[in-house]
Design a protein. Sequence first.
Length: 422
Amino acid sequence: MFASPLPHPISDSNRKIIETNGPHKRLYQVWKGSNRFFLGGRLIFGPDVRSLVLTIFLIVTPVILFAVFVSQRLVDEFKHHLGHIIVAIAISLAAYDIFLLFLTSGRDPGIIPRNAHPPEPEDDDGVSDWGGGQGGVSTLPPTKDIIVNNIVVKVKYCHTCMLYRPPRCSHCSICNNCVERFDHHCPWVGQCIGKRNYRFFFMFVSSTTVLCLYVFAFCWVNLTKIMEVYECNLWNAVIKSPVSGVLIIYTFIATWFVGGLTAFHLYLICTNQTTYENFRYRYDRNKNPYNRGCARNVFEIFFSRIPESKNDFRAKVKEDSATFTSSHSLRRMMSPAKMSFDLEMGGKRQAVVAEEFEDIQGQLESVRVLERCDTEPLHSNWGSHKGNWEITHDIDALAAEFGIEYEFTDRGKIQGNPLDDI
């Protein structure tokens, strides 16, 4: 007389965990960094890509004002179409500048792929396993020494990317990626500046400097022509062509900014330093392990081959494996015991083997052991508020679907016990 209770419906997200053959997605769709992708993963930008709108506006606006309000008098004053050539050069410089901006901003700056699990201590030469304290959980040394040009260089372990950073690599907190030969994160281009786009960044900054000087010079030429024609002083010439005066002030200020940046990066190129290294290490001439002389340093930046990207953002990956990489890595270190669950569906018990619930149990067990051992890295994905919310949300859904009772203590520890069958 009593009908069997209907099984709790399984959500789409957790169905992907259970199914062995989950749907495939592109790598850029499950990328764990903060990057923004366009054109199906062909273009990669930083999270502050919107700043490009302001940068383009600051470049294009003075050129438009120059072409509309200043160039007319130059066309009339210069014979043999020289005035038209002057305007065409200004527009060409602006177009070239915008092109370099997108070359800098829309490409992989040298992102190093993340590991699916931490490196094994025994696989690292000269790296010993440090006892992790509680629970028998071991951790990797935070740094290790390598030799570059007969100089010992320390490389750090990145808890987020789970790898030892190569020399000159650093983790960008804005893009959330380890970038090879990291220079800095530039908000004006909305992208990290690294090994694969530093050349274009310098060309962008230097071409912007040239454009500012070009507009600045010909605005002065325009005011000089007005003073000659009307036989007036500079102030009256500015009144007759106020746009020229505004552009002179604007380009003068901009030249100090981009011109100083160009000079600074010329110094860095000649000494083979990055902005990060210059501010952090203050290399002396005899201590910089990467300095090979001015000529070779310049050749390395401008004439060496740009390496291929280490990431194929359009490659197809399994969504479940990409989404739960962190739980796989923690399970690899902690090796929790497998469990099996029984589901009651329509009055019939169906034993589900442990392999089908490996991802689910691994996620629960990893969080439990991690909280007990207090080995959570400061900057890892588990430590962020967003990550905790997602884990709590997933555990809540899993508990409702598979009959696991759990509760959170004040420290966030998860205690779970399977419900007794009724």
